[in-house]
Design a protein around this ligand. Structure first.
Ligand code: NAD
Length: 427
């Protein structure tokens, strides 16, 4: 692919600018990140050797508040990817009206190749390297692909050690015992579920008649598959990095989750087994899953899954982007021509950062909420922002993606203009 991921991300901004009055100053401010950091992280391995890993953190924009975004451990992490994810976080936080800007971080590593001790040393080493760049009022990391509460716990402990005081609000997605919020682990899936449920009557669809395929069975993929199957949708296919399974009658999602959990060979850090080892179902490849004739397709794995190469083969009626950036701009255009509606990541997966915000609020006030308080507030926000973006799409006759960017851009430009633009100085 010739276009970088960041070029693709910027295309979405360019499309939205045409539909919202926005000053030149605001456009200039949003074109590039506030600060980018690349670090080398030396880690002593169990066999005594030293390995140096590359880590990244990008703070894209902090005009609406401290920057916020996850940390990814994956071999393909690089500056272009982290910058793009930080850009999306900026728009996501604005789209759902959180008082945060956007950031992202990551380490280029296959964490499944590390022992648990090595993984802990890497996690702490990453925080040593970025400690001056983060903090509860500056930049607040959280989990993303292949990072989880255990890793956030090590990280917040390391940050607190450096600061010589407890700093729970500096990282979200922590274990409950270290100041995490109840409801955070399932929040991205639950937020997506609230958005889908809000849209179902507007799309004139009914749960029982709706088939669903989910790509990716990690933190968010498993949660959304579980919520949808429990609510009565027919989840016919799920997959992970090793492949997928399909059943025309619908899968028993809780039993697949149990299988994956019982197959955790890495003492609750990573699951080493795959859904495709569940032998009683038909196995399918990830490419086949994406091309299934289903009502709803949910990409919940990684970016760039539906591109100009396979967009024409997609047969789903609706795509809900639970992963970040699974559909490229070139694929958007092809899907639109085919009449397939795409509901964008910056709205659909915003539940995770919303409950991360609740966690930060609870840490700062020292007062912890119940699960129903967390989930009710999450629902209120997801429903209101989904309906508003639906209205904008209809009013302006634009796609849901462009409408979500227009919505976010209006809030971002308000913050930029509140600081004074060229118009204040030149009459
Ligand atoms: P995870 O590491 O828990 O799970 C990722 C899943 O995707 C795993 O099941 C993995 O096997 C699968 N996978 C990886 N490569 C694949 C491929 N090529 N084909 C099919 N499946 C593949 O990560 P996660 O936290 O569930 O994140 C998934 C996506 O959701 C990412 O795009 C992430 O940025 C986004 N997201 C996560 C959160 C969160 O709170 N964790 C919030 C918002 C968005």
């Amino acid at each position: 692919m010739s276009e970088s991921l960041f070029d693709q991300a910027s295309e979405r901004l360019a499309q939205a600018i045409a539909h919202v009055p926005i000053s030149e100053d605001a456009i200039e401010r949003l074109k590039s990140p506030k600060a980018s950091l690349q670090v080398s992280i030396p880690v002593r391995m169990d066999d005594g050797t030293l390995k140096v890993f590359q880590g990244y953190r990008v703070r894209y924009n902090d005009l609406r508040g401290p920057t916020k975004g996850g940390i990814r451990f994956h071999p393909s992490v690089n500056m272009d990817e982290v910058k793009s994810l930080a850009f999306w976080m900026t728009f996501k936080c604005a789209a759902v009206n959180l008082p945060f800007g956007g950031a992202k971080g990551g380490v280029a590593v296959d964490p499944k190749q590390l022992s648990k001790f090595e993984l802990e040393r890497l996690s702490r080493g990453y925080i040593d390297a970025i400690a001056d760049f983060m903090g509860a009022d500056v930049d607040i990391p959280a989990p993303d692909v292949q990072t989880n509460p255990t890793i956030m716990g090590w990280m917040v402990d390391q940050y607190s050690t450096i600061q010589r005081k407890l700093c729970p609000a500096a990282i979200t997605g922590k274990p409950l015992a270290m100041g995490g919020s109840i409801g955070r682990e399932t929040a991205t899936g639950l937020g997506a579920f609230f958005a889908i449920e809000t849209l179902m009557p507007l799309l004139k669809m009914e749960r029982e008649q709706t088939t669903v395929a989910v790509q990716g069975f990690g933190n968010v993929g498993a949660a959304i598959a579980d919520l949808m199957s429990k609510a009565g949708y027919k989840v016919v296919a799920v997959s992970d990095s090793k492949g997928g399974i399909y059943s025309e009658k619908g899968l028993d999602v809780p039993s697949i989750i149990n299988y994956k959990q019982s197959a955790r060979k890495f003492q609750a850090v990573y699951c080493q087994d795959s859904v495709c080892n569940i032998v009683e179902h038909k196995t399918i490849s990830n490419a086949e899953l994406l091309q299934l004739d289903v009502d709803i397709l949910i990409p919940a794995a990684l970016e760039n899954q539906i591109t100009e190469v396979n967009a024409d083969l997609i047969r789903a009626k609706y795509i809900f982007e639970v992963a970040n950036g699974p559909v490229t701009p070139a694929a958007d255009a092809i899907l639109e021509k085919k009449g397939i509606m795409v509901f964008p990541d910056i709205l659909i997966n915003a539940g995770g950062v919303t409950v991360s915000y609740f966690e930060w609020v609870q840490n700062r006030s020292g007062f912890y909420w119940t699960l129903s308080e967390v989930n009710d507030r999450l629902k209120q926000s997801m429903v209101a922002e989904t309906l508003r973006i639906w209205e904008i799409a209809n009013e302006k006759q634009i796609s849901m993606r462009t409408a979500a960017y227009v919505h976010a851009l209006s809030r971002l430009s308000e913050a930029i203009e509140a600081k004074g633009t060229r118009d204040y100085y030149i009459q």
